[in-house]
Each structure stands twice: as C-alpha cells, then as structure tokens.
Design a protein around this ligand. Structure first.
Ligand code: NAD
Length: 361
C-alpha cells in the first residue's frame, strides 16, 4: 500500500536521526511491499533561517496533506543561538506548539519502558526495577494551563501574573477514550492522574473519566493525585500501564518517567488527533551539543517511526519487526555513546541505522 509521510528533519541532530529512521522505513517498504512517499517540511530553527518564521502556512498545508508526519527535533542552544534573540512567538518551539494546534493533536503518547539490556542506565534499585517496567503516558496536549488566557499586570502597585487552567468535558472525554482504547491493547489498566482534592478542573476530569470507564468494563480504572503519582513513578513504576493526565501534569510526569528509564535516546512519542493522523517524534530535544558528529542515538526516532506504522497505518506486523530489531541490536551488544556500557560495541548514528536494517526480518 502507499502512504504519504511528511518529514520534518528539524534542527541539531534532527537531520541525522531522521535519516536513519527513513533508512529503516525504506527497508520495511521493500520487505513488506509498501510505498512510502516523503514530503520534506520545514519547521523550527531551519524554517526561521529560510522563511523568517518557525512555521509557515505551506508547512501546515503539507502536513495536513500527509497521512502522518515523522519529525526529528527542533531548537538550538538557548545561550548561543540567534533564534533565541527573537520574541517567544517567533522562536523554534513556537513552531511545535503551532503545528500541534493546527493539526488538533490533542493526545500525546509517551512510552517509558526499560529494556533489560539497559538496566544499568536505570537510576532505580534492582529490587524496584524487577523484570523491568513498561508504562504509557497519555497526556492531553492542546488544553489546560498552557493554552488558557494569561496576563501580567500591575494591581495595587504589585506586578501580578495569572494563567488559566481550563478544560471542557469534550476535551476530557476524547483523551480519556484514547487512553482506554490504548489500555485495551495493553495490560488493561488506566491510572488517571489529577489534583481533584484542590482543582475544579480535576474534579470535572475525574467525573468524565469515570463516565468513559463505564464503556470499558474490562479495564481497571484507578485515580491518583499528581503528587502521589510523582512519587509512585520512582517507588513502584511496575504498577503502571496507561497513565492518563492533563497537559501540565503530563509534561512533568512524562519527563520524570523518561529519566527513570535512564535512556532518553531510546524514547519515542506520538501526538494524535481524532482521525488516524499523527505526528511522531523522539521524546528528546535537538541535542545541539552533539549535532553533526554522527554520534546521536537514532533509536527513539526509529521507534517513533514504528509507532507511526502501528497507530496511523495499522501496520502492526511491520511495527513489531522494527521493535524486535531494536531489541536484537541491544542483545547483540551494540550501543551509541549515550547508552554505552562496558563490554558493548560503540557505534555511531549511521552505523546504528545499518545494524537495525540488517535485523529487520
Ligand atoms: P536535549 O534532549 O536536546 O539534550 C539533553 C541531553 O541529552 C544532551 O546532553 C544531549 O546531547 C543528550 N541527547 C538528547 N538526545 C540524544 C540522542 N538521541 N542521542 C544521544 N544523546 C542525546 O535537551 P536540551 O539540551 O534541553 O534541549 C536542546 C534543544 O532542544 C532546545 O532548543 C530545546 O528547546 C529543544 N527541544 C526540542 C524538543 C522537540 O523538538 N520536541 C523537545 C525538547 C527540547
């Protein structure tokens, strides 16, 4: 079958890691008889350099014309890059917020799983890790505090700032449905994280999540306060399957969960709308400190491409083949610098792509 893939290489290590993911996709196409047509889309710092803005209307149109978008990462070194002399709405990150909004990408999926081969990178004790853990954070991405009205003004002679945390029931319902659907394909548990002891938005969140849960009798639902969830992720990460939460809580908890795996270069992500369309990107940033040296770990981007096959194209067999190749390459002892340990063979970004291709059966 034929699929149109928008490709945002982005900044820093973005072009290197996306090149390896496309290498893997091309091999999948060859092996399984698909056709992937790629459209290059500019976004982030490279778009500022070429077009003066981090996201153009043409880029949005090209993304909308694609079946899915695969992205590297955007942004530069905030201390040295001229992009950060610009006002906030013209900086690289504004492109990312803009495309999420324009494409209505309200559901952000971030897996945080520990490969047994990378146990040494995990900062937790062996008895906590056990056989490893595998959680999926489902974060609401287009509502809440980051998109509510905000202002800073002088009131009674004091500078005063206000941010608004706003959710309506439809926004909560659609992300909750995504979480339950995802849990149905996994270990059938949803932990909904909120701050219902304090916030009205959380009390509404909890009410709507409970309504949605009635349609999923096979799935266990539990509620957890966000402060407790932050502790439980380090105390007992094995208890979690799908963690469902609002935008800001999800921002913080997904970073915490990724650090607990100890290997940010391994973590994929997907942002989905209510059709099959999604934007797929690694969880890490553009790593300007190592850009252009062929030492970045491409696995998070390759696993993002695997999520694209699974969630946007329903190509589960092909996605399984990529995931298995990643496991195999680790079992065979190959590592990029960020996940290197004693006794393993250190390889660069492009070589890692080749090794993955060789292991796709
Ligand atoms: P970062 O994730 O880019 O880098 C943090 C550290 O991890 C660095 O030491 C880096 O070398 C290392 N690292 C990250 N990815 C790696 C990989 N694949 N292989 C090997 N090492 C890797 O975070 P940062 O330094 O805080 O941010 C750099 C830039 O990225 C900033 O401009 C930031 O705004 C941007 N950023 C973009 C996204 C995105 O595009 N979605 C996400 C986060 C940060």
């Amino acid at each position: 079958m034929g699929y149109k893939i928008g490709v945002i290489k982005g900044d820093g290590i973005g072009p290197e890691i996306v090149t390896e993911a496309v290498k893997v996709l091309d091999h999948i196409a060859l092996k399984y008889g698909h056709q992937f047509d790629y459209t290059k889309i500019l976004m982030g710092g490279c778009s500022i350099d070429a077009c003066g803005v981090p996201l153009t209307e043409e880029a949005i149109t090209a993304a909308k014309a694609s079946d899915a978008v695969l992205m590297g990462s955007i942004g530069g070194d905030a201390k040295t890059s001229p992009w950060y002399q610009l006002p906030p709405e013209k900086r690289p990150e504004a492109g990312l917020l803009g495309i999420r909004k324009a494409l209505n990408l309200f559901a952000n999926l971030r897996p945080a799983n520990l490969y047994k081969e990378l146990k040494e990178a995990c900062p937790l004790r062996d008895d906590i890790i056990g056989d490893g853990f595998d959680m999926m954070i489902m974060r609401e991405l287009t509502g809440g505090l980051y998109f509510g009205a905000r202002k800073t003004e002088e009131i009674d002679g004091k500078m005063t700032a206000v941010d608004t945390l706003i959710y309506n029931e439809d926004e909560i319902r659609r992300i909750a449905i995504r979480a339950f659907d995802t849990a149905a394909k996994r270990r059938k548990k949803v932990t909904s994280v909120d701050k219902a002891n304090v916030l009205d938005s959380s009390r509404l969140w909890r009410k709507i999540v409970e309504e949605v849960a009635k349609d999923y009798p096979d799935i266990t639902l539990e509620h957890m306060l966000v402060d407790n969830a932050a502790m439980q992720i380090v105390k007992n990460p094995r208890q979690f399957d799908v963690i469902l939460t609002e935008n800001m809580f999800g921002d913080i908890l997904s970073d915490e969960a990724s650090m607990v795996t100890g290997s940010i270069g391994m973590l994929a992500s997907a942002s989905l709308n209510d059709s099959k369309f999604g934007l797929y990107e690694p969880s890490h940033g553009s790593a300007p400190d190592i850009a252009g040296q062929d030492i970045a770990n491409p696995i998070a981007t390759v696993l993002s491409a695997s999520m694209m096959l699974r969630y946007s194209f329903d190509l589960d067999k092909e996605a399984d083949a990529i995931d298995a190749a990643v496991k195999q390459v680790l079992t065979d002892g190959y590592r990029t610098g960020d996940i290197m340990s004693e006794g393993c063979t250190k390889v660069g970004c492009s070589r890692m792509g080749d090794l993955l291709v060789e292991r796709i059966r």
